[in-house]
Design a protein around this ligand. Structure first.
Ligand code: AMP
Length: 176
């Protein structure tokens, strides 16, 4: 990866203090998505990394993971597998619940979204605590697919989210 990429991507993120609640600095990706050159830079940087890794599917996490994972899959010429909030996927699903600061959340995947041995990259926009991606890994592993790597545009390193994703390889374009 060209060493100027993280800086160029970072310049297109907007910090929104106290969203969605006091004390959280939200990393808003909409300026990046709104600029064609920067959006292409993000997707092309991911595509360069995974092009020769024989990826069968990109697993995309609702909802902002869809925005990066789907164009990546298109660039790689592979399909996507959707991980969604409960009640959105129409056919048979597996579910995985995970803890939030207050309460729990659940994610689902279609039971036929991946085949045993499929090589997948999991993609989301931001890794915060890593809970969302840890639950996604469990769903992928229930289908006996192989996690080649977990990737995200940005990572909030002070939350140590990647520790929850051990032993999988984690790749992020921006570390905050
Ligand atoms: P996590 O704590 O890693 O499970 O984060 C859950 C999801 O919330 C991630 O997929 C992000 O899309 C989003 N998220 C959490 N914290 C932030 C933040 N500070 N800025 C932007 N998105 C966030």
């Amino acid at each position: 990866m060209d060493s100027t990429v993280p800086e160029r991507l970072l310049a297109s993120l907007r910090d929104v203090p106290d969203f969605p609640k006091p004390g959280i600095v939200f990393k808003d990706i909409t300026p990046l998505l709104g600029d064609g050159a920067t959006f292409a830079l993000a997707i092309n940087t991911f595509a360069e990394r995974y092009r020769d890794r024989a990826i069968d599917r990109v697993v995309v996490v609702e909802s902002r993971g869809f925005l990066f994972g789907t164009p990546l899959a298109y660039a790689l010429g592979c399909g996507v597998a959707l991980v969604r909030k409960p009640g959105k996927l129409p056919a048979d699903t597996h579910q995985e619940s995970y803890d939030l600061e207050y309460g729990t959340d659940t994610l689902e995947i279609h039971t036929d979204a991946l085949g045993a041995g499929d090589r997948v990259v999991i993609l989301d926009d931001v890794i915060a605590t890593g809970g969302t991606l840890a639950a996604t890994v469990k769903l992928v592993e229930r289908l006996e697919a192989e996690v080649v790597e977990i990737a995200a545009l940005a990572e909030l390193t002070f939350l140590n989210g990647r520790d929850r994703l051990t032993p999988h390889s984690v790749h992020t374009l921006i570390q905050l």
